[in-house]
Design a protein around this ligand. Structure first.
Ligand SMILES: C[S@@+](CC[C@H](N)C(=O)[O-])C[C@H]1O[C@@H](n2cnc3c(N)ncnc32)[C@H](O)[C@@H]1O
Length: 113
């Protein structure tokens, strides 16, 4: 229980898109017409910023957006989620679930420090 409380608290507010999403935009992976799904979206700020830019963007998070529907998308973001899941088997399950939703690209980033 305390572990999940700590995971929940890792989600920060973002005043701009996260670095992985910014790179997806600048590298031409996330282009107009492509859909976006944020797997482990935290407080949902990447989803909101992308929606404001005109993208069809959705997200799910077990702590912050548990009612969000996990749905396929062209670009799926698994941003800074792997590093908050302590259990290796659960981490693999989550990664596979995110992969299964990705039609074109799965973005995976982790904080190592
Ligand atoms: C460091 S936050 C990153 C949030 C968001 N991706 C961002 O970059 O702002 C990690 C998030 O992973 C979520 N999380 C924890 N376990 C998860 C799981 N098994 N599957 C998906 N997300 C999970 C937490 O609830 C938390 O919101």
């Amino acid at each position: 229980m305390s572990t999940n409380v700590n995971r929940r608290r890792t989600a920060i507010r973002r005043t701009a898109v996260s670095r992985p999403v910014a790179l997806a935009l600048s590298d031409g992976l996330l282009i107009p017409g492509r859909t976006f799904f944020d797997y482990g979206c935290g407080r949902g700020d990447d989803v909101q910023h992308l929606a404001a830019l005109g993208f069809a963007a959705n997200g799910w998070d077990p702590a912050h957006r548990p009612d969000g529907k996990r749905r396929p998308a062209d670009i799926v973001n698994f941003g800074y989620v792997a590093n908050v899941i302590e259990d290796p088997a659960e981490r693999v399950d989550a990664l596979k679930s995110a992969w299964a939703l990705a039609r074109v690209v799965l973005i995976v980033t982790a904080r190592l420090e």
